[in-house]
Design a protein around this ligand. Structure first.
Ligand code: NDP
Ligand code: 8X3
Length: 252
């Protein structure tokens, strides 16, 4: 039977690559994001797929509820919720960062993810099937300077994913947290507020993960047998590893 996936943040990067990947497999797609022009592009790109497009800011709980209430009949039974929408803003030390940026990251990466999950879970529980796939990050495990609130939002995603599993053990619902490392998308352009040169510097001399690599993993975790739950996938490009402890030494 044809399955349905709802993707938040489908307008670029991982979300868009996942939309294309699942479309290739014949899934029904609900693609969401804030940018209207990008949603229109998606409509054209995926014109052969069973597609429902919805403009959605995940920070807007009323909007989340309205989007779900307005789903066409054929798109109501959601098999996979891909909580992908998210962002990092800035890379400054915690004493210098803009508090508004912290709030935006918390509202999007934590609260938005919770809104979608809480609003869609009852229907999944009623059907005793479904899969919630969250986009965490290696930043949720390994600290780095300037990662302060961004990394902490992804640590939330890690623990929330684990806790969800404990609430859902009596159901057939699966929960997976995917934690990528360095990956080239619009992520750094957003982090550096449109400064393309700064964003490009992040990836210079590396072979980062690509959105298609993440899409492959997202598709894989949905395609294992129904009794198998992939709890966590931590993935980095070969050129990346976890750094040593950082020790500040005083001048002698
Ligand atoms: P992109 O910037 O390319 O894509 C982010 C997507 O999130 C866009 O489609 C954007 O759509 C959407 N988005 C942002 N804010 C909101 C919002 N308030 N409401 C709805 N949609 C929103 O980045 P990536 O594809 O790289 O990132 C996807 C996820 O993966 C994020 O959660 C990110 O934290 C995580 N991640 C990224 C890594 C990387 O190195 N790239 C590594 C590890 C994790 P629009 O602006 O149209 O709303
Ligand atoms: C994105 C990866 O290392 O920029 O989550 O935080 S990193």
């Amino acid at each position: 039977m044809q399955k349905t996936i709802l993707i938040t943040g489908a307008t670029s990067g991982f979300g868009k690559a996942c939309a294309e990947r699942f479309a290739r497999e014949g899934w029904r797609l609900i693609v969401t994001g804030r940018r209207k022009d990008r949603l229109q592009e998606l409509r054209e790109l995926l014109s052969d797929a069973p597609l429902h497009v919805a403009e959605l800011d995940v920070r807007d709980l009323k909007g989340v509820k309205a989007m779900i209430a307005a789903l066409p009949e054929d798109f109501r039974d959601i098999d996979v919720l891909l909580n992908n929408a998210g962002l990092a803003l800035g890379l400054q030390g915690a004493d210098k960062t803009d508090l508004n940026d912290w709030e935006t990251m918390i509202d999007t990466n934590i609260k938005g993810l919770c809104y979608l999950t809480r609003c869609l879970l009852p229907a999944m529980v009623a059907r005793n099937q479904g899969h919630i796939i969250n986009l965490g990050s290696v930043a949720g495990t390994y600290p780095y300077p300037g990662g302060n609130v961004y990394g902490a939002t992804k640590a939330f995603v890690k623990q929330f994913s684990r806790n969800l599993l404990t609430d859902l053990t009596h159901t057939g619902i699966r929960v997976t947290n995917i934690e990528p490392g360095l990956a080239e998308s619009e992520f750094s352009i957003v982090r550096f507020q449109g400064d393309k040169a700064k964003a490009d510097a992040v990836y210079r001399g590396t072979q980062p993960l690509r959105p298609v690599d993440i899409a492959e993993i997202v598709y894989w975790v949905t395609s294992v047998p129904a009794h198998v739950n992939i709890n966590t996938v931590e993935v980095m490009p070969v050129c990346q590893s976890c750094g040593p402890f950082h020790i500040h030494r005083q001048a002698e």
